[in-house]
Ligand binder design. Structure first.
Ligand SMILES: Nc1ncnc2c1ncn2[C@@H]1O[C@H](COP(=O)(O)OP(=O)(O)OP(=O)(O)O)[C@@H](O)[C@H]1O
Length: 248
């Protein structure tokens, strides 16, 4: 298992953003759904080792993130796209991804090829020498995906990666997720149920800091067939049916 969490909690003052989550994940693409404020970003930040948990236990890649040396090892093998990625606007696409690769302790001789491959994977080969300040919002999101995958991570955490991507790029991105998910654990938070249907083998649905559903996309769709769900597509109906049930 690459992710083993039990009774995991994270509070901000009196707010329980993550409230007793249990999850075990091996390789594959896991879609994290849930309404605004459900706790998806907080959970991903804990998994990315940028936010310590308030309670519960957490093992990542069979290592303990609470221990300094093991946390470093996790960070080398991790890819993380935060909701808001900070960057230096004067860097070029290539320079920025190279910088992240070096921060991840990648062997320097492997970096040029890895950076070029990551840039190609997100379809930015022709913009590699462009400064970040000159890119569109969707292109910057793709730079964010490239920096997250440059080290071929064993654990990849993506917070709303497809926000702002055009349809062609979303299709290319799903292919990339499926490829990475053959070997790595990919956790992707999204509001777009089409992404879940097309790329995720398993789905989790969060509400008020808790995971109220885990199963395959087909199982989530089936929850909508029983009625009680609203939406245009089976997955949307399953999503809203589970939320309605959990809230009642
Ligand atoms: N740094 C913080 N300080 C105080 N409260 C926070 C902080 N970060 C998150 N919260 C609160 O924790 C709860 C969960 O927020 P979080 O951003 O994890 O949800 P989310 O599911 O990612 O939402 P969205 O879909 O809007 O991105 C919210 O009520 C939010 O206001």
């Amino acid at each position: 298992m690459n992710v083993e969490i039990s009774g995991l909690g994270r509070s901000f003052g009196r707010k329980h953003a993550v409230d007793g989550v249990d999850l075990e994940l091996g390789p594959g693409v896991f879609g994290l759904l849930g309404p605004n404020g459900a706790g998806k970003t907080s959970l991903l930040r804990v998994l990315a080792t940028v936010l310590p948990p308030s309670s519960g236990s957490l093992r990542l890649l069979d290592l303990d993130p609470g221990e300094h040396g093991q946390r470093r090892e996790i960070r080398r093998r991790l890819g993380y796209l935060p909701q808001n990625l900070g960057y230096y606007p004067g860097f070029t696409v290539y320079e920025f991804i190279e910088y992240i690769a070096l921060l991840k302790d990648m062997p320097p001789r492997t970096v040029p090829r890895a950076v070029a491959a990551a840039v190609e994977e997100v379809g930015l080969g022709d913009r590699a020498r462009s400064k970040l300040r000159s890119l569109s919002g969707g292109m910057l999101r793709r730079v964010g995906i490239a920096q997250a995958v440059v080290n071929e991570p064993d654990l990849l955490l993506l917070d709303e990666p497809t926000a702002g991507l055009d349809p062609e790029q979303r299709v290319q991105f799903r292919t990339l997720m499926r490829r990475l998910g053959e070997r790595a654990t990919v956790i992707v938070s999204t509001h777009l149920v089409e992404d879940v249907g097309a790329a995720c083998g398993e789905v989790g649905l969060m509400l008020d800091g808790r995971v109220v559903f885990t199963g395959t996309p087909e199982e989530l769709s089936a929850r909508g067939e029983a009625g009680g769900g609203v939406g245009d597509a089976p997955l949307e109906r399953g999503y809203s049916a589970v939320l309605a049930e959990s809230r009642s």
